[in-house]
Design a protein around this ligand. Structure first.
Ligand code: CO
Ligand code: CO
Ligand code: CO
Length: 316
């Protein structure tokens, strides 16, 4: 691979986006994300996909400035109006974020797919990676989890409407205000919670930071209705894979049920920011997040010293 010193964040760190330094006070942040529909309504799907794509820029402490549509669509199988609605959902969400969508590309595909390439700007000294967590830091999560389990139940038509509505609201919410709070106060590390689940993304953070972590199950915000569905073993395949992968890296306190383990490993779509902040700054950050109206403001655990990068999950 080419080594370019201007690439400040590249492939190896499993960070949320790549960062390229233009000058001493300016760097570009670049990311792409797209996926197949997770809800029936095309407009809602477009909005969620756009919020999810923008989130990787917010998670780097950057300001998104421009987006491009990435689209797959089966033009022979589905009415074009569906595509129009997906794109409108995406463009309205980007508008809410103050980000113009300036183009894109569509290919013919068996199944609809949608997301964005997003470009952002950041000061090179202000980049928030996942590798800066320090022992003693407080871990804060800004959205409740459970969307993987709930969207799987939605596909089987067994999710209660209130649970569906709560999940759509969580997935549609921008991480913009939470990111602004984080930048205002100053934090040590951040990532957003998506496909690898809460513990999968925390695992990446503690590995990159050469630390360990402790998480308190009862402090993790969970979308109401998730536990009931998990109890019926509505578990997405990606979540089962996350749990298997984490087997060597997570120590479960005795008494934590299989279902609760699955929830903590649940593959999320457009999840919240997982922030590692010094104890000194944590109270200010919590206060600022409360004011920002983040979908959740939860202190879920702490970073500890541990060269083997283990996560210990405690019941309390
Ligand atoms: Co991410
Ligand atoms: Co991503
Ligand atoms: Co083209």
């Amino acid at each position: 691979m080419i080594h370019d010193p201007s690439v400040l964040v590249g492939y190896e760190a499993s960070d949320d986006a790549a960062v390229y330094k233009i000058s001493d006070d300016l760097a570009i942040v670049l990311t792409v994300d797209y996926f197949t529909p997770i809800v029936d309504d095309p407009y809602t799907f477009g909005g969620i996909a756009a919020a999810n794509s923008l989130s990787d820029v917010y998670a780097m402490g950057a300001r998104p400035i421009m987006g491009l549509n990435v689209v797959g669509f089966p033009a022979e199988k589905l009415p074009l109006d569906i595509l129009v609605q997906i794109l409108r959902g995406g463009s309205d969400k980007a508008k809410e974020a103050g980000v113009p969508i300036t183009g894109g590309h569509t290919i013919d595909d068996n199944e609809p797919k949608y997301g964005l390439v997003v470009m952002g700007l950041v000061h090179p000294d202000g980049i928030v990676t996942n590798s800066g967590a320090k022992p003693g830091d407080i871990l804060i999560l800004t959205k409740p989890i459970g969307t993987g389990i709930i969207t799987t139940a939605m596909k089987e038509d067994i999710a209660p409407q209130a649970t569906v509505d709560a999940s759509v609201k969580v997935m549609s919410a921008l991480n913009r205000a939470a990111a602004e709070s984080m930048l205002e106060i100053g934090v040590n590390a951040c990532t957003d919670v998506t496909g690898f689940g809460l513990l999968g993304h925390l695992h990446e953070m503690v590995c990159a930071s050469h630390t360990g972590a402790e998480v308190s199950l009862e402090r993790v915000p969970i979308i109401p209705g998730t536990r009931e569905l998990a109890d019926e073993l509505i578990i997405p395949a990606g979540t089962v894979r996350n749990h298997e992968f984490l087997d060597d890296h997570v120590v479960w306190e005795e008494g934590i049920s299989y279902e609760d383990q699955m929830i903590l490993c649940d593959a999320q779509t457009s999840g919240g920011l997982l922030i590692s902040v010094s104890e000194t700054n944590s109270a200010k950050l919590l206060e600022s997040l409360e004011k920002s109206g983040a979908p959740a403001v939860a202190q879920i655990g702490r970073i500890v010293e541990d060269k083997t990068c283990k996560i210990r999950v405690l019941r309390h």
